[in-house]
Design a protein around this ligand. Structure first.
Ligand code: URA
Length: 198
């Protein structure tokens, strides 16, 4: 990882005015995590809390995400980089528009390129459609590994969907357990969690 290039991209994001979201945002959310993270988690876009703090997933869905990561014994400090399809908050948390996603995607692609994670987790339909296929459906593809650009991608429900529909938590947990096992298989065979039997 070229730290100067990384800092340069971060600066571009912080100053970005490529789409209208820049007019209403408070802080862009560049993403958070170690530059050598083996897992790259992608959400939709910042909400109100994220927009205030400039950090990803720090509101209610972030707290749920942290619980799931903790159960897998993954941390934001060591294992995962967390980013979004768009880096600025869509007003009222509406779904990002095609031209906003298009303007922002090169930043995410560059981040994926530089971090070079073997595993990607897509949280929800916007992330799945934005990265893999605009016609893909999260309800159909979740829980299944997708091969993409020499990486493997696990689509699963967005934590906000889990907060709205708690019955989906069981399926989401199955998906995260698959990621846990894959991490043991291809990254670190000694990785364990008291919550998952191996
Ligand atoms: N929801 C998202 O998709 N991303 C965030 O960063 C926070 C909430």
């Amino acid at each position: 990882m070229d730290v100067f290039e990384w800092a340069d991209i971060e600066m571009q994001v912080l100053e970005c005015t490529k789409c209208v979201l820049s007019q209403t945002r408070n802080k862009p959310v560049f993403g958070q995590g170690p530059p050598d993270a083996n897992i790259f988690i992608i959400g939709e876009g910042p909400g109100a809390e994220e927009d205030k703090k400039g950090l990803p997933f720090v509101g209610r869905s972030g707290q749920l995400l942290d619980k799931i990561l903790e159960a897998c014994n993954f941390t934001r400090e060591k294992h995962v980089f967390i980013g979004n399809i768009v880096k600025c908050r869509p007003p009222g948390n509406r779904t990002p528009r095609p031209e906003e996603k298009e303007a922002c995607l090169p930043y995410l692609m560059k981040q994926i390129d530089m971090i070079n994670p073997p595993i990607i987790i897509l949280l929800g339909g916007t992330a799945l459609k934005g990265l893999i296929d605009p016609d893909a459906k999260i309800t159909q593809l979740r829980g299944n590994w997708i091969e993409w650009n020499n990486r493997i991608v696990m689509p699963t429900y967005h934590p906000s969907a889990l907060l709205r529909t708690p019955a989906r938590k069981t399926e989401a947990w199955e998906d995260f357990k698959k990621v846990f096992h894959k991490y043991r298989e291809i990254v670190d065979a000694s990785h364990t969690s008291p919550h998952i039997s191996v």
